[in-house]
Ligand binder design. Structure first.
Ligand SMILES: [Zn+2]
Length: 161
């Protein structure tokens, strides 16, 4: 699972050290409201789970839409916001796109995917398929399907000689 958990109290303490004048009662309330929204299944406009810590007192947004990258185990998230998965949704739905523009990647729910925000696992760098013009499409689909998983696995891996 991406993200490193931090308890609400530890987060408040950390913020208090960084910003001594901060209103900790209000901050705690804001964190709890954001966490409640997470549990109420409120999603980012792209369909991803919201990033609670990044959404405190702000619009509810996922990590990727806010920072343009995928979360790692070094990124903090409030304890209890169990990440239910991650995808590469761009926020655009099939039904909203003009037919002549329909190309690229879409998931089963009809959301457009951006494979370029899927991180490239280290395994791929040592594979003969890496960088292959046609093969690469399948590689991207594999990567998108396993984002947030424990360890990337690929049944098509072939070691580069
Ligand atoms: Zn998003």
């Amino acid at each position: 699972m991406p993200f490193k958990s931090i308890s609400i109290d530890a987060y408040i303490t950390q913020q208090k050290q960084l910003h001594p004048t901060i209103d900790t009662l209000q901050l705690k309330k804001d964190v709890e409201t954001a966490l409640n929204d997470f549990h109420a299944d409120k999603k980012c406009s792209c369909g991803n789970d919201i990033w609670v810590l990044g959404s405190v007192g702000k619009e509810r947004t996922c990590f990727s839409c806010m920072l343009g990258t995928t979360p790692t185990t070094n990124d903090l998230e409030i304890e209890g916001a169990e990440y239910k998965g991650f995808n590469c949704r761009t926020g655009r739905h099939m039904d909203d796109a003009p037919l002549e523009e329909l190309s690229g990647y879409f998931d089963d729910d009809g959301f457009e995917l951006n494979p370029d925000i899927a991180p490239k696992p280290t395994l791929c760098s040592g594979c003969i398929h890496d960088g292959h013009p046609f093969r690469g499409i399948v590689c991207k689909l594999f990567r998108m399907g396993q984002i947030g998983g424990e360890e990337f696995q690929c049944c098509d891996f072939q070691a580069d000689k």
